[in-house]
Ligand binder design. Structure first.
Ligand code: FDA
Length: 534
């Protein structure tokens, strides 16, 4: 892959220089800077790669990709430095110098971590931001692509669409999400029923491990290659790039939105949806987004479910299919639009579709302040249960709350639970996620919104998976458990959150971690811990 540069010599040089100089472990950003500067001898390079707190661009580089602005207040802990490597040797040197000076390293690709773990830490830390590693190389002949971790999903989709209308990729719908975090946590999107997860289509990767070695699939071995495809970022190393298999999509797909609210029998329709959506043909995906909206009665609010769909085919085939399988929805031709698969990503991602260039716009999805949680549903929720959660949307703390129901079935039913670290496969009707937001001015009262979502989550407990209550790793939620960030975390402690995200795959993830990073260099509040204390 031509965009990676494999020079290990400068890295080795800095190791030798520092070993000879007898440098000691000190927690000073000056020493860290000195360490890195030794390597980046060229001063013009330093100014493009290292942003210390006194650099005028420090704040703009830090804030550039923060999606959850809950973590960009003056009180949020800030890194001693942000490193934006231009080549792999810069990454190797950053690993070396962070280790030497006892600094924690946070890896950032797209900055969409729900809990801000890629750019916030309570202990002294530096950010390694892959914003310059964003190349996308699409090979339509072999139906594969190499994509670097710092690219966004939008950049990947744009790169594919620029070359072909008949290939796509089954990852998330939000164009600003980063490849690095998304792929390393699984990654699902509107093709999930047809093709499974993004991680199911990764066939090679380039990774730098805790010793600064550059590895590919062959040299890292199948255990580590298994672990990085869903076992989480900031645990096994820095994934620089991924080789993916592209999937066929038709030239024309159809999308639709049908809204139903409390006055339009929404409870009964939602109840039916649970029996239908996961059993529809794999070419049809119908998700549901629930929010509070204004009612047709002046001054009143109601709760609305938006049924939003992608069909891998034309409208004339879709209408009779939905009329037969889901007549309660009342789908009409005027609800539908035909478009290309790449445009459908913008549609389903609720982004403007003025042109495909919107896929490249870093601000196409507004940045917000939020807290989110996730669940998996294996049995249909009774109407009384649905009424209960819909009524919670009428509470005043839920003005900016939503729930997303993503149908599974299809390909997800066929992939064994231990194929990859992501375990939530057969037997799930849908994945549910809940999100509550508030304005910057209300930050001081954030507690009341966070308690609303915790109450909501507790209400849902009756209706969702149990033992463990499963959760989606990429919808990070520190409420379900956390590592000791500056000390040792036992297997038992990490199991509390680990089994929710990974079920039995957690055990294998711990074994891989113990093998590849026994000193636990790559760590955060929910990284996989090694088996024994380093
Ligand atoms: P970020 O840079 O914050 O990284 C997330 C985690 O991965 C951090 O722990 C980080 O250290 C680590 N990491 C990042 N790059 C790494 C690398 N190169 N090597 C090793 N570790 C690395 N999910 C989904 O499945 N489907 C969807 O449709 C959506 N949609 C969506 C919309 C919006 C608005 C948000 C905020 C989030 C989503 N997500 C999602 C969730 C998303 O998949 C998840 O937050 C990803 O981890 C984000 O990846 P980023 O690279 O953007 O995050």
């Amino acid at each position: 892959m031509k965009f990676l540069q494999y020079s290990v010599l400068p890295f080795l040089l800095v190791v030798v220089i520092l070993s000879l100089s007898g440098a000691t472990l000190v927690h000073s950003h000056g020493d860290f800077l000195h360490c890195l500067s030794l390597h980046l001898a060229n001063s013009s390079t330093i100014s493009k790669v290292i942003y210390m707190r006194n650099n005028p661009s420090y704040s703009s580089v830090l804030n550039a990709s923060i999606q959850n602005t809950r973590f960009s207040t003056p009180a949020t802990p800030k890194p001693l430095a942000i490193i934006t490597p231009l080549k792999t040797s810069h990454i190797q040197s950053t690993i070396y110098c962070s280790k030497k000076h006892g600094l924690q390293l946070r890896i950032r690709s797209g900055g969409h971590d729900f809990e801000g773990l890629s750019y916030v830490s309570e202990v002294p830390f530096v950010i390694l931001d892959l914003l310059n590693f964003r190349a996308v190389e699409v090979d339509t002949k072999n139906k594969v692509a190499w994509v670097q971790s710092g690219a966004t999903l939008g950049e990947l989709y744009y790169g594919i669409a620029a070359k072909t209308k008949t290939l796509g990729f089954p990852a998330g719908v939000c164009p600003t999400v980063g490849i690095g975090g998304h792929f390393s946590g699984g990654g699902y999107g509107i093709l999930v029923r047809k093709y499974g997860l993004a991680a199911d289509h990764i066939i090679d990767a380039q990774l730098i491990d805790a010793n600064g070695r550059i590895l590919d699939r062959k040299s890292m071995g199948e255990d580590l290659f298994w672990a990085i495809r869903g076992g989480g970022g900031n645990t096994f190393g820095i994934v620089l790039a991924w080789k993916i298999k592209l999937v066929p999509v038709p030239v024309v797909v159809t999308v639709f939105t049908v809204n139903k609210n409390l006055e339009q029998n929404v409870t009964k329709i939602l109840h039916r949806w649970q029996y239908i959506a996961h059993k529809l043909p794999d070419d049809l995906y119908v998700d549901v987004g629930i929010t509070k909206v204004s009612s047709s009665q002046a001054g009143k609010k109601t709760v609305q479910a938006a049924f939003i769909a992608l069909f891998l085919g034309g409208v004339d085939e879709l209408i009779p299919l939905v009329q037969e399988r889901f007549p309660e929805l009342g789908l009409a031709k005027e609800n539908c639009s035909e478009m290309s698969w790449a445009e459908s990503v913008l549609y389903l991602g609720r982004a403007p579709r003025t042109s495909l260039d919107m896929l490249l716009d870093k601000n196409v999805i507004p940045r917000t302040i939020f807290k989110a949680k996730s669940d998996y549903v294996k049995e249909p929720i009774p109407e009384s249960g649905i009424e209960g959660f819909l009524s919670m949307f009428l509470e005043k703390e839920a003005d900016f709350a939503s729930m997303l129901m993503v149908p599974f079935g299809g390909k997800m039913e066929e992939i064994p639970e231990n194929e990859l670290p992501y375990p939530h496969r057969a037997g799930n009707l849908f994945q549910a996620s809940y999100i509550v937001g508030w304005s910057k001015e209300e930050n001081a009262e954030s507690g009341k919104y966070i308690s609303w979502i915790r109450r909501f989550y507790s209400y849902m407990a009756t209706y969702v998976s149990k033992s463990p209550r499963e959760a989606y790793f990429n919808y990070r939620d520190l409420d379900i458990g956390s590592n000791n960030i500056s000390g040792y975390t036992s297997y038992q402690q990490a199991s509390i959150w680990g089994f929710k995200y990974f079920k039995n795959n957690f055990k294998r993830l711990v074994q891989v971690k113990t093998m590849v990073d026994p000193m636990n260099f790559f760590r955060n509040e929910q990284s996989i811990p090694p088996l024994s204390s380093p």
